[in-house]
Structures are given as structure tokens and as C-alpha cells.
Design a protein around this ligand. Structure first.
Ligand code: GLV
Ligand code: MN
Length: 223
């Protein structure tokens, strides 16, 4: 009689290897929480993936409240923008909930420079002014739109994007994320202000420019 191949010890081992090698279903956002809430105890060190919970007996309404996005940010910096974050580090009540938000203020002409969020997609809601919002795909296709108050644009997870104030007055937007800590790789700072710095010959070759150009850009970002 033929032996059922799936029960032979060889198949059990090889089947297990094949199963382990299969790609996991994509995790599109932070993992789901296993309790109603878990207000972060920021004084304890982060345990690799989030923060331990503050004891429930010590949690109050104030832990679910954050006033930090109510104030206009100072836009006098080089980019003419200011970003205020309500993420788990500033608003511990977000811990394990998989959401966060930013307030972005823009001076006329201000640019929230090219950046990407490795852990979240982003929605951009314009409250005041007119904003050009754009992103580029991994296939180098550029999508953009000029938004007015009440209009929304979505930036897919991980893609490089920006906003620019194209109106005559100040502009204001709120951005939201499906992560408690989306992270931001801000390209000009990543590339030209890392510590230690990326060697000039790498930047020269990457951008096909002279050393003086690389040094000039580095000097603008204080390195
Ligand atoms: C805008 O792009 C933001 O990250 O808040
Ligand atoms: Mn962003």
C-alpha cells in the first residue's frame, strides 16, 4: 500500500520549512491591542515594540487628552513650516492604539520638505490656506493636488512626499497616521545632516555634482 506522503517524517519537515518560508500576510498598520487601552509609561524603557502600560488604577481622563495641537507653531525656520506631533512620545494615551496626528503650520511659500514615514500611511486635511501636496511612487510617478480647506489627500505608506503653501497667506493642515509613531525620514537631513555624515564621494556620485555643491548643501543643514 502507498504511504500518504504528507505524513512521512521527510514531508512533515519539508512542509514545515515551506510553510515558514511563505510570506506573512502584510501588516498594514500597528498591531491590534489586546486591551481597551494601555497608556504608555514613558518612564519605563520601550520594550522593543511600544511602551509598558501605566497601572490602570492611575489612569485618568487627562491621559486621553492632548492640548499640544491647539497652538500655532513658529514658522521662522529655514523651511518656513512648523510641525507639532501628537504621537505616543508626546501623547502617551495613544500607546497601542495605532493612530497619531500632526499639526503643520506654513508661512507663505513654506515647504514641509521631502520625507517619508516608514510605518504609516498619512492623510492630509487642509484647514486654512492652499497647499500643494505631492508624493512619488517607487516607480518614480509623481502625484499631486492643490488642496483647499476641508479637502483631503492620502499619502501611501513609506512614499516620499511634501506639502508647499501656494497661497498668499499662512496655511494650516492636520495630518493623521495609522501608527502611534509613524517615524519620519526627512530627506535633506537624512542625506546631508546625518551623524556621522555620509561620505562626500557617495553624495557626489549619487547626485552627479561637485564636492563644492555637496559641501554647500551640508553647510545649510549645520554639518
Ligand atoms: C506631513 O507630511 C506630516 O508628516 O505631518
Ligand atoms: Mn508626512
Amino acid at each position: 500500500m502507498m504511504k500518504n506522503p504528507s505524513t512521512s517524517p521527510f514531508c512533515m519537515l519539508s512542509c514545515l520549512i515551506v510553510l515558514l518560508a511563505l510570506p506573512l500576510p502584510p501588516l498594514l498598520a500597528d498591531p491590534d491591542s489586546l486591551q481597551d487601552f494601555c497608556v504608555a509609561d514613558l518612564s519605563a524603557s520601550a520594550s522593543g515594540n511600544g511602551f509598558p502600560c501605566k497601572p490602570a488604577s492611575k489612569v485618568s481622563s487627562d491621559d486621553f487628552f492632548f492640548d499640544g495641537l491647539s497652538k500655532e507653531g513658529d514658522t521662522t525656520g529655514i523651511f518656513g513650516t512648523n510641525l507639532t506631533s501628537a504621537n505616543v512620545l508626546s501623547f502617551p494615551g495613544l500607546n497601542t492604539l495605532g493612530v497619531s496626528m500632526n499639526r503643520v503650520d506654513f508661512a507663505p511659500g513654506g515647504v514641509n520638505p521631502l520625507h517619508s514615514h516608514p510605518r504609516a500611511s498619512e492623510t492630509v486635511l487642509v484647514i486654512k490656506g492652499r497647499l500643494l501636496v505631492g508624493f512619488v511612487t517607487t516607480g518614480n510617478v509623481y502625484f499631486s493636488k492643490v488642496l483647499r480647506p476641508g479637502q483631503l489627500f492620502v499619502i501611501p505608506k513609506g512614499l516620499v512626499h511634501f506639502q508647499r503653501n501656494v497661497g498668499k497667506n499662512k496655511a494650516l493642515a492636520f495630518t493623521s497616521f495609522n501608527s502611534q509613531l509613524p517615524g519620519a525620514a526627512v530627506l535633506p537631513l537624512n542625506l546631508f545632516a546625518s551623524k556621522p555624515s555620509i561620505p562626500n564621494n557617495v553624495l557626489r556620485k549619487t547626485f552627479q555634482v561637485e564636492d563644492s555643491v555637496v559641501n554647500s548643501i551640508k553647510s545649510k543643514f549645520g554639518s
